[in-house]
Write a protein that binds this ligand. Sequence first.
Ligand code: ASP
Ligand code: MG
Length: 407
Amino acid sequence: MALVVQKFGGSSVANPRLIKRVAARVVAQKKRGDDVVVVVSAIGDTTDDLIQLSRQITKNPLEREMDMLISTGEQVTIALLAMAIHQLGVEAISFTGAQVGILTDSSYTKAKILDIHSKRIEEELKKGRIVIVAGFQGMTLNQDITTLGRGGSDLTAVALAKVLRAKICEIYTDVDGVYTADPRIEKRARKLDRVSYDEMLELASLGAQVMQGRSMEVAKKFEVPLHIRSSFSNRPGTMIMKEVKAMEDIVVSGVTVNKAEAKVTLRGVPDRPGVAAKIFKEIAASNVNIDMIIQNVSRTGTTDVSFTVPQGDLRKTLEISRRVARKIGAEQVTYADDIAKVSVVGVGMRSHSGIAAKMFAALAAKRINIEMISTSEIKISCVIQRRFAERALRAVHQAFGLHALKG
Ligand code: ASP
Ligand code: MG
């Protein structure tokens, strides 16, 4: 029998009426003859609310206690969904991450999944039950509760789909699928019928907000077939799959903007071997993910090094950077948190040239200055002033003709 993993995000289970709708959809899938494992997020904005609650106690909670707190949101949803399915006369059973053996390391608030002991799930499926699993959470070997980073229910779903060898992992959300740009910013954005793993990985890590970045890494690595679709309709959404030749005809498939990063600059860094290693080693040791890095050409024996980090990690990064700066004899550390990163993504870039020039020209035409640039084989990103973010996205979307894209 085939197995389907269905994941429902916070907006899809935002209230009892919606939870009942999810129950009906899950039951319908089960009645079609599939085994069904359901992963759910916390209701609506529960996770944000819980974080807010903690802020009223302390600005600096222990991360272990943070996970104890924010993992509770999902536990509410699994129980309610199980009840809703029972109301429809179908057997279902809910589990926390720990109960179904989702083992993680102990990097609280962004734990990595080490292993999943799926035996319990398989037993329950064999009994004909629908299995409901709380997303976003796991447990360390010491039985401490961890969470998998914001949006981590996606990771739970993808990882379960992998270990259970699901035929499809359906990600139900409040949009119809993956768009060429955020439709709230660009009204003319088009839904994409299919996107390659590589593109989706880039889009997710760029802040497209449809899928958690890390979940896409796992999906790509294990080629977990994904279908991102709306929980409010039956229309097909976007399939995430291995790259096929025809995808290359589309040079750019998406434009994103990320306003959640900050830029840190070490000025007057002595230009000698090992300095960069020192800076970034210390930052990496504190679990901060660095995104772009730029080092200028040195002219006077010193150079400037700039890099971007998630805004939430700015304070920590500045502390470390100042310490390292003193150690290596750098002049000063400055930062900017009013930046935005605009990116274009497309596997077609591998076989087409002139993409960067076209993007820069589109920004120039709107008189938007580019502060940093980084590229990968299928992506070009520019850091600009945050106040130009929306304007930049629309300009680039237009320049690549994405409003007229088919499929
Ligand atoms: N509830 C968690 C969050 O808001 C996990 C998720 O929704 O995927 O980040
Ligand atoms: Mg999400």
